[in-house]
Design a protein around this ligand. Structure first.
Ligand code: 9WN
Length: 438
């Protein structure tokens, strides 16, 4: 499925995507989708801001700032900042987390977990869209200390001896039911005691969402983390994985922080961020698996490599200078991900027994990962493949009604519709094309 670039009506795409973002805007931030996700999500907001910067740089800044309003004293940016007064449509919600009972939580109600750190990267892109408006609102000056505190949290509370950050829950990776987590989840000895609410199934088919069994473990892990005051101690979680995608985004954001520090005339801070990014980038190399010739996650509790090819490993392409990038791109082109032969890029190895074209992170193609891979291919000079992927993202976003994810072969919409990051990132690519910029 390789859509013809000439066949996309870019004006229509930009207009429709802007409409989706308008509908999902809640005054100071954007919900991922009305219905299924009625609150503010962390890495969603960063992706959304990257699209919003073309519609309204000011709104893009507010999107990020609104998430900073939910930052904890320890620097963490929470997975979810709950909309006040909404506890019905999404589980687990504010009455599950009771963040107000945990020391160091913000005034607003939030989840205790985190999501991948794409925020500094997004903040820089938002600034670059309109430096004058950014300077007028002192956007970077205000954002910088928040972003530094966020990265400090990762370093102080989440870093493993390798220096890489660990996720304490599958939700933190943003790729919740990736087959890579099957092994570590099977080792979790506990399940949630109580009814498992599934309001999500009112908005998406059960064949396209995690199972009740998976939810039982997710809720058990979340409750245990909460009951340990989200303190990141060994006791707080029996699940701890080092994910290539999360760490690649951390490197990318650390590099963005260096640039932000430079723009704020702090060259010694810029040097520090650059040095930190290099240390992280070299630690990321430890995830390379010689058998699969691909970066894989590690179970931080057992030291075991989780030998599975997931789209998360492809995100290491975002790290400049990564020595194995061309080998990763070869895998992207191979039967495992089928670049150019499938719509966008599947979330999981096409040849794996677990592959399922409809099931959430176990096969379908997602727009945020395709956008990141298109950006990385372009930066690395694989321009034709980058443009083809960008065209795929734009055509499928519009054609699917801005689906949350799509079947990699047919491009059929899966999950919910009018999904914000799908609209935002397609809008970003269309705006770059329209401006003749890359
Ligand atoms: C749990 C909001 C989020 C995304 C994640 C995606 C999905 C939530 C859920 O939706 O996860 O965080 O309830 O399924 O997996 O990447 O941030 O769009």
């Amino acid at each position: 499925v390789t859509p013809d670039p000439g066949a996309i009506d870019r004006e229509l795409l930009i207009a429709e995507a802007t409409r989706v973002l308008g509908q999902n805007w809640r005054g100071t931030y954007t919900v991922p989708a009305g219905g299924l996700y009625p609150h503010q999500w962390s890495w969603d907001s960063a992706f959304i801001a990257i699209g919003l910067r073309h519609v309204s740089p000011r709104r893009a800044q507010q999107e990020v700032e609104s998430l900073f309003g939910a930052q904890w004293d320890d620097g963490r940016l929470p997975q979810i900042a709950f909309a006040p007064g909404r506890d019905d449509q999404y589980s687990p919600g504010p009455s599950f987390w009771h963040s107000e009972r945990i020391a160091g939580s913000p005034a607003t109600s939030t989840a205790g977990l985190i999501q991948p750190p794409n925020h500094a990267w997004a903040a820089l892109l938002v600034h670059e869209a309109d430096p004058v408006e950014s300077e007028r609102r002192r956007f970077l000056e205000r954002a910088y200390p928040r972003l530094v505190a966020w990265h400090e949290y990762l370093r102080a509370r989440r870093a493993e001896p390798s220096g890489l950050l660990a996720a304490v829950h599958p939700w933190e990776t943003g790729m919740d039911n990736s087959p890579a987590w099957d092994g570590p989840l099977a080792r979790v000895d506990g399940s949630f005691d109580g009814v498992i609410p599934r309001p999500d199934l009112e908005h998406a088919a059960s064949s396209e969402r995690p199972s009740d069994e998976e939810y039982s473990t997710y809720l058990y892990l979340a409750a245990r983390y909460r009951d340990h005051a989200c303190d990141d101690s060994g006791e707080s979680t029996p699940f701890r994985v080092v994910d290539p995608g999360m760490n690649a985004l951390w490197v990318r954001s650390e590099i963005a922080l260096a640039r932000i520090a430079e723009l704020l005339d702090d060259s010694s801070a810029a040097d520090r961020h650059r040095a930190d990014s290099r240390v992280l980038a070299s630690a990321l190399e430890s995830l390379w698996d010689d058998d699969l010739t691909f970066p894989v996650p590690v179970d931080a509790l057992t030291g075991e490599r989780l030998r599975f090819r997931s789209v998360s490993g492809l995100l290491t392409l975002l790290v400049p200078g990564s020595p194995r990038a061309e080998q990763v791109i070869d895998t992207l082109r191979s039967e495992h991900f089928g670049l150019g032969t499938t719509a966008m890029v599947p979330s999981s190895d096409l040849t794996a027994d677990t592959f399922d074209p409809a099931q959430y992170w176990r096969g379908p193609s997602w727009f945020n990962t395709a956008w990141m891979i298109a950006v990385a291919l372009e930066e690395r000079g694989h321009v034709a493949e980058a443009r083809a992927l960008s065209t795929g993202v734009q055509a499928l976003a519009l054609g699917s009604g801005f689906a949350e994810y799509v079947d990699p072969f047919s491009g059929e919409p899966r999950g919910t519709r009018r999904f914000s990051w799908t609209a935002a990132l397609a809008l970003d690519l269309a705006s770059r094309d329209a401006a003749g910029l890359r």
